[in-house]
Design a protein around this ligand. Structure first.
Ligand code: ATP
Length: 360
């Protein structure tokens, strides 16, 4: 077993907890994303794993070895920062060879490894080019090649794509993911972009105020978030206050009562109405202009807004007392117009009851 284990890792800056009792096991060969809003402690946790920051308490172990007090340069982990930190006066090959030079690897072995890595990142003819003359995406690849040059057991990426424009960023997400899978290198990546995490990760660690809010596979978290915070952070969702009466029916803000399959989850929801929210994802809300026998989970409303971007269509529906967003494709709903009456169906299996966000 070579996986990374964190136990009760805590970091305080004066009285404030940046990381608060984090327990985590990162499986071998997987890509794990730390995801959360600005200031939730992602980077601090990554820096503790890297050895660039010392935990106030708790332990970091890798492959069964306690690393808590081992300095960064003896951890043998590769790291790519947001800034990339390439050496601008050096060539591509010199940048990639840098960690090998530090380790006093023989010159011919350095050259062979650099050639291998240049092939891997698909820049075989760029060895002698100064990094200052590379595009953003090429620089990104060189930074990754340098981070993995000495075959580290763990690769740590801190928002490595945040400086790139949207299109290149999406392309690099796929590229890094494919490279990571090909090498089978255990990787932890920090991001605040949920789409990036959903695209790349085997597992997502959602963080909130220094703590882990939820850990799981991307789709599991999307489908079954444990709380309003996680539901709101991962993807779009309709999140509504509800009233409960102990039956399988819940009351919506407009007074309508609908049937749900899920029981209030144990995670913090005590069952009192104020603690619970209804989550239904936009793609689970189906819209019909005409309905002969509306069932119990059908709400009558009016189309208030349409966002049609060609590949997808989102409609905001005004129901009495609240609004719902429904997502579909323009092909499936060609005749939607603002102001038209519409029926919105909320299938019971897609209605999730989740713990409300706590105010602290
Ligand atoms: P971002 O996405 O904005 O980088 P983050 O989730 O990575 O945020 P951290 O950078 O880990 O968050 O910061 C967590 C908390 O710790 C923040 O409140 C931050 O202000 C605080 N913090 C981080 N580094 C220090 C420091 N060196 N001294 C004091 N407070 C710090």
């Amino acid at each position: 077993m070579t996986h990374l284990t964190l136990q009760a890792v805590t970091k305080r800056f004066n009285a404030a907890y940046a990381v608060d009792h984090v327990d985590l096991a990162v499986p071998d060969g997987k890509l794990v994303c730390f995801l959360g809003p600005s200031g939730c402690g992602k980077t601090t946790l990554l820096r503790i794993i890297a050895g660039l920051e010392t935990a106030t308490s708790g332990t970091v172990a890798f492959a069964g070895r306690d690393l808590t007090h081992v300095p960064a340069n003896q951890r043998d982990f590769g790291m790519v920062f947001q800034s990339l930190a390439l050496f601008p006066h050096m060539t591509v090959a010199q940048n990639i060879a840098y960690p090998l030079r530090l380790r006093r690897v023989a010159k011919h072995a350095q050259a062979a490894r650099v050639a291998e890595l240049l092939d891997l990142i698909q820049l075989p003819h760029m060895a002698d080019r100064p990094v200052s003359r590379l595009s953003g995406g090429q620089r990104q690849r060189v930074a990754i090649a340098r981070a993995i040059a000495s075959s580290p057991k763990l690769l740590l990426l801190d928002e490595p794509l945040s400086a790139l424009d949207a299109k290149l960023r999406e392309a690099m997400q796929v590229e890094i993911r494919l490279l990571q899978q090909r090498l089978g290198i255990t990787t932890i990546m920090v991001t605040h972009d949920q789409r990036e995490a959903m695209t790349m990760a085997d597992e997502i660690v959602v963080m909130e105020k220094g703590r882990i809010a939820q850990v799981g596979k991307p789709l599991d978290i999307y489908r079954n978030p444990v709380s309003e915070f996680v539901a709101d952070f991962i993807g779009l969702g309709n999140i509504l206050p509800v009233t409960l009466d102990g039956t399988d029916r819940i009351g919506l803000p407009g007074g309508q009562r609908i049937v749900v399959d899920s029981a209030p989850r144990a995670t913090g929801a005590t069952g009192a109405s104020g603690d619970v929210r209804l989550l239904i994802r936009p793609e689970d809300v189906s819209m019909r202009a005409v309905m002969a026998n509306p069932g119990p989970n059908v709400l009558a409303g009016k189309v208030a807004f349409i966002r049609d971007v060609g590949s997808s269509l989102e409609a905001t529906i005004d129901c009495a007392g609240f609004t719902l967003t429904a997502a579909t494709t323009p092909r499936e709903t060609p005749d939607l117009r603002i102001g038209m009456p519409i029926f919105a169906e909320l299938p019971p299996h897609a209605c999730k009851l989740i713990a409300a966000r706590t105010a602290h």
